[in-house]
Design a binder for this molecule. Structure first.
Ligand code: BYC
Length: 472
């Protein structure tokens, strides 16, 4: 079993790169392009070194190494979860057959597309977060930002490995393109909408890592079910790292809400902007924005693409093996959110074409758990206020509700009324400018900005006041 990393090579890996000279050379020639992309599009704040986790193997006995690393020297490696030699396809028309070690010709284009879309999001998020270091609320948060960034970089490596190893010249060209598209670029934007939005402040960062990284968790969870075993094993290992990104988002929003609630309770007022913390209505608007653009990431409520992916065995459902049905779904139906006679409602469709809705619902239930948690913080501070998820039709640009406007309560609105009232529900320029005005860097060890509560725990058993980052 090849679980240990091969550190004698330039690219740490457990995929036997050393025995495939052609592949190794291809990846080694991509590496300088990656590094120059990292230099020009990755974290802008100059640092000497950062206390980081690095994936070094995939075994259960410990897969990560912790220590101070200059970020440019981070060892972005290629790791696949351990092989299950008896693994069989769990769904679709090939259910029960052995999984594939190679890409079947008839599914090549679809698999490549899925891998490219997944790969495109990883560097996009690094680009979106490039300037956040300049305004970090603490060294602890700064470290977490950089941890997320280097691991998204590694996830890009993971997809590039698959493209180079299994998709020939086209795969190599796509790997180049992953470094040429850029978040927010007019000429060559990232593929999915949410990855062209800005992440200009730390409230956006926590909301992004809560809502948008969570789409990553669910999409990776479905690709982990794939019949293409190298993709499945890659995603399984990526999910391990993803857990930390979820933690950064969840506890980040916790801490913003906690601090706001504290100031509201202490001063017996809702109007806390003057106290240098973020008012709850602004937090709600940021939540509305990040949640709704993340809902778009699941594609249309009905989709023939997703039906084909499932039937072919390329992309499964969340927790496929826990589902109690035939795992083929050819005779089943599902109710999906839909416009019915122009009104927001539900319609019955074939279960296969409704699979984006199925996954989106799993995701929504998970998002709700965060809101419940933040509301517990408000209740604990003795406040009656509550946060909530907006309606699924609110602010959608993809799918059944893309052509209409709706309030967070799910009431349909005319385009004019939407234009007039959208500032009640989505961050306005005034809100964003206010949030940005709070974003002053705090780089002193053990200190933290006034708009956010300190974390309960540090990282890897270290205290909050550990010197997690040495600035240049
Ligand atoms: N923006 O058939 P439909 C992560 C396109 S995040 C723009 O309904 P489908 C991460 C769609 O491509 C996880 N375009 O879509 C998080 C299609 O175009 P074509 C990323 C969109 O294929 C944080 C057309 O609209 N991974 O890892 O059923 C930090 C019709 O769409 C959008 C994946 O997404 C959009 N939002 O589902 C770092 C997994 N949505 O074919 C990382 C791989 C749809 O007409 N991707 N379109 O040209 C997929 O599984 C699917 O492609 C999607 C879309 C779920 C994205």
């Amino acid at each position: 079993m090849t679980t240990a990393a091969d550190y004698t090579e330039k690219i740490p890996n457990n995929v036997g790169l050393a025995s495939d000279r052609r592949l190794q050379r291809a990846l080694e020639s991509w590496q300088p392009d990656f590094l120059s992309w990292w230099e020009s599009m990755g974290p802008a704040l100059p640092t000497r070194d950062v206390y980081l986790r690095t994936a070094v193997s995939v075994g259960r006995e410990g897969w990560a190494h912790w220590g101070f690393v200059p970020m440019r020297e981070y060892r972005w490696g290629v790791f696949l979860a351990e092989r299950d030699r008896g693994r069989r396809i769990g769904f679709g028309q090939h259910k029960g057959e052995p999984v594939w070690d190679k890409v079947p010709g008839e599914y090549r284009a679809d698999l490549q597309r899925l891998i490219v879309i997944q790969g495109d999001t990883e560097p996009a998020s690094v680009e979106q977060q490039r300037n956040l270091g300049a305004t970090a609320p603490s060294l602890y948060d700064l470290r977490n930002l950089f941890q997320v960034n280097v691991e998204e970089g590694r996830h890009l490596w993971a997809m590039v490995y698959l493209l180079h190893a299994y998709f020939g010249r086209e795969g190599r060209e796509e790997a180049e393109e992953l470094l040429h598209r850029n978040s927010g670029s007019q000429d060559s934007p990232r593929i999915l909408g949410a990855f062209n939005e800005e992440t200009p402040d730390w409230l956006s960062f926590y909301m992004f890592t809560y809502f948008t990284d969570r789409d990553g968790k669910y999409q990776l969870g479905t690709l982990k079910e794939s019949a293409f075993d190298p993709l499945s094993r890659t995603c399984e290992f990526m999910l391990k790292e993803e857990a930390h990104h979820m933690m950064v988002g969840t506890t980040g929003v916790d801490r913003v809400v906690e601090r706001t609630a504290q100031v509201m309770a202490e001063n017996d007022t809702d109007d806390v902007a003057g106290y240098g913390v973020i008012p709850l209505p602004v937090i709600q608007k940021y939540l509305n924005f990040h949640y709704s653009v993340s809902l778009d990431l699941f594609g249309g409520e009905t989709s023939t693409n997703v039906a084909n992916y499932y039937t072919a065995g390329l992309k499964g459902r969340w927790m496929e093996d826990r589902r109690r049905d035939d795992h083929r779904l050819t005779d089943d139906s599902i109710m999906v959110d839909a416009l019915v006679d122009g009104e927001i409602g539900q319609a019955e469709v074939a279960a296969l074409t409704g699979l984006n809705t199925d996954l989106r619902r799993e995701y929504i239930a998970d998002c709700q758990s965060g809101v419940t948690r933040w509301n517990r913080i408000l209740a604990g501070a003795g406040l009656p206020h509550r946060l909530r998820l907006p309606h699924v039709a609110f602010n959608r640009k993809v799918g059944a509700f893309a052509g209409i406007e709706a309030t967070p309560d799910g009431e349909k609105l005319s385009a004019e009324e939407w234009q007039r009232r959208r500032g009640e529900w989505l961050p306005t320029d005034v809100d964003k400018t206010f949030v940005r005005s709070l974003m002053r860097p705090v780089y002193q060890r053990g200190k933290i900005a006034a708009w956010i509560a300190p974390p309960r725990n540090g990282i890897n058993g270290k205290p909050f006041d550990y010197e997690y980052v040495h600035l240049a």
